[in-house]
Design a protein around this ligand. Structure first.
Ligand SMILES: [Zn+2]
Length: 70
């Protein structure tokens, strides 16, 4: 699996620093598992649509990322 570049939902710019990428939402796809919406850490608060679900998702993703040892 290759590292993919995330695009910030708020400013539409690529998030070049992986440590600066924050998962702010998960959107369901028409056919498939859907995708995660990312934002710069400084923009995450400006995007957040569904605070509770997003916070839970972000925690899961962060925990998973930390567990992967990168
Ligand atoms: Zn941004």
């Amino acid at each position: 699996m290759t590292a993919s570049l995330h695009i910030c939902r708020y400013c539409d710019s690529p998030i070049t620093d992986p440590d600066d990428a924050v998962a702010v939402a998960h959107e369901l796809g028409m056919s498939g598992p859907g995708w995660t919406v990312w934002a710069h850490s400084e923009h995450a608060d400006l995007v957040v649509p569904d605070a509770d679900a997003v916070r839970i998702l972000a925690r899961v993703l962060i925990t998973r990322a930390l567990a992967s040892g990168d």
